[in-house]
Design a protein around this ligand. Structure first.
Ligand code: SIN
Length: 546
């Protein structure tokens, strides 16, 4: 296949002499848990700027319900949490980063509590929930089912109160700047201030996930894979881009957003049933509703297909209505909004894209393959999640590796005494001759094709077709010079979808979140072997690690 749209390194034209240039020690792109925690740490060493394309609290973090997995109970052990993470990761986790998040977790949580974060407690004891894949209850939570909101609010409060940190909202990072192979910061667009260049001694990418690439998604509008695409254009290495986690239970009401119904609800005892009230997960896995997410998602699809049904149901009555309402107040409110009375009715659900496991490859200190660029949180591939992420490990990873990234970037920037001056970098691409383009139509079509062909179940010929469709749309979209966020996001979405489809096609086996109907078994020859994508010499290089 010809690589027609691979040639463009930057999405926009710019000339450093014609735009405002600003200088900072550490630039953080993204304001979820990882970005904010990184910013707070980096601010101990120097100046920090956080840019986020929407409001500071509009992130996947703020939407997280279930909680944070961490070892606090006297009967629980680090070894058990490590073993659970490795088991769910299906032979693709790297042990050392797993050990790090598990062992550093309790300290990061204590710190959040010291900063005013409030987690649900009885007496002085943190209350612990259970989720799929965990051998013990170890999920701490806040306001019942609004853990992410509490974590985000706490970190935002600390960041806002830290003198060295400035936060720019509504500021879209377009591209990472390349100064002779080293990341020098980013080009950005602010809806009031226009184009700017932020030069940084170190840049931390914390842009989160890619959920909006799928028609059905638990993610907010902002999750369009911008960081993945920016890093790819800049030549950084990306890894495991076929690994997308689908969440089994999101509200299925026509016209409503696919809002998450936390796995913790199943952890408390809710059953998955069909329209006749028959519990079906016991037919699929010994852990029934608490089987790994990929197993539960596929079981739901299989029942939907067998019964020609548009959804399955989550029956919360085994929990007890009063207990459910107390433990999950936000989910209960959501149900009430749609006239679902959980005391008499099960909740209609179906799976949706939830978490991007693949991302920018980083070493144990969060350094990417591009000097000067670090990555943490969902955009990064730290090796923690392998082929499937253990429930509630993501906020934990963001906290732990956010702190690592902030320290590494801050320390390095402190040693860097180079003068603050713009480097001779420019982009002089010319606009395409094609003009009219319905960007929303491209986005919607892309999201549908990704859901159909690169979703919970994949099939080689369908993935090939997807790659061809993306290539075709790319010819019209990728050479266009946009001057708004929606256009750049669409270019990013096409770039990332293409990497996902190509990686999914290359992995001819089923492992964790990646299920190929034409290769339904795990291939032991691919144990520990990651797919690695990189943009080199205007082409995509995709291979398995040794
Ligand atoms: C949930 O509450 O089910 C989501 C938690 C997670 O994805 O880790």
């Amino acid at each position: 296949m010809t690589e027609l749209y691979e040639t463009r390194r930057y999405l926009t034209r710019f000339d450093v002499h014609r735009v405002p240039n600003l200088f900072v020690d550490v630039l953080v792109i993204g304001s979820g848990v990882a970005g904010l925690r990184a910013a707070i740490e980096a601010a101990r060493y120097g100046s920090v700027l956080v840019v986020c394309k929407s409001r500071v609290d509009n992130s996947n973090t703020a939407w997280a319900q279930g909680g944070i997995a961490t070892v606090t109970a006297p009967t629980d052990t680090f070894e058990q949490h490590i073993a659970d993470t490795l088991t769910v990761g299906c032979g693709l986790c790297d042990r050392r980063p797993v050990e790090r998040i598990v062992r550093d977790g309790p300290e990061r949580i204590r710190e959040l509590i010291d900063w005013g974060g409030i987690f649900d407690q009885r007496g002085r004891k943190l209350l612990l929930g259970l989720e799929g894949g965990h051998s013990a209850p170890r999920i701490i939570h806040a306001l019942g089912d609004a853990t992410g909101r509490e974590v985000a609010n706490t970190l935002i409060r600390v960041a806002r109160g830290t003198e060295n940190i400035r936060v720019f909202e509504d500021c879209f990072a377009i591209d990472l700047i390349d100064v002779e192979g080293r990341c020098g910061g980013a080009t950005t667009y602010h809806r009031h201030f226009g184009h700017q260049i932020f030069w940084a001694k170190h840049t931390i990418l914390a842009t989160g996930g890619t959920g909006q690439l799928y028609r059905e998604s638990t993610n907010p509008e902002v999750a369009t894979g911008d960081g993945h695409a920016m890093a790819y254009r800049a030549g950084a290495r990306l890894r495991d881009m076929e690994m997308v986690q689908f969440h089994p239970t999101t509200l299925y009401v026509a016209g409503a957003a696919r809002t998450l119904i936390s796995e913790a609800v199943r952890g408390e005892g809710a059953h998955l049933v069909d329209r006749n009230g028959r519990r079906f997960m016991t037919d699929y896995h010994p852990n029934a509703e608490l089987a790994p997410r990929d197993v539960v998602s596929r079981a739901i699809l299989s029942e939907m297909a067998k019964q020609d049904a548009t959804c399955m149901f989550l029956d919360t009555r085994p929990i007890g209505t009063e207990r459910f309402r107390k433990r999950f107040p936000s989910i209960n409110r959501l149900c009430e909004e749609f006239d679902i009375d959980v005391s008499t009715q099960p909740i209609p659900i179906r799976p949706a894209a939830h978490y991007m496991i693949g991302g920018v490859w980083v070493d144990e200190e969060t350094r990417s393959s591009m000097p000067g660029l670090l990555a943490c949180g969902e955009v990064a591939s730290s090796g923690v999640h392998g082929a499937n992420r253990l429930a509630s490990n993501s906020l934990l990873e963001g906290l732990v590796f956010g702190a690592v990234a902030g320290r590494v970037a801050g320390e390095a920037a402190q040693q860097d005494h180079s003068p603050n001056q713009p480097r001779p970098v420019h982009s002089d691409i010319s606009p395409s001759t094609r003009t009219m383009l319905d960007v929303d139509d491209v986005r919607n079509s892309l999201r549908s094709v990704m859901w159909r062909n690169a979703g919970i179940e994949r099939f080689g010929p369908r993935l090939t077709e997807t790659a061809e469709i993306i290539q075709f749309w790319g010819q019209y979209v990728m050479d266009k010079l946009f001057d708004d966020q929606r256009g750049w996001e669409t270019q990013n979405m096409l770039t990332v979808s293409r990497l996902m489809a190509a990686s999914a096609l290359k992995r001819e086996e089923s492992r964790g979140a990646h299920y190929r109907t034409d290769f339904p078994e795990l291939d032991p020859r691919l144990d520990g072997r990651h797919s690695v994508c990189q943009r080199t010499q205007d082409a995509l290089r995709l291979e398995f690690s040794e």
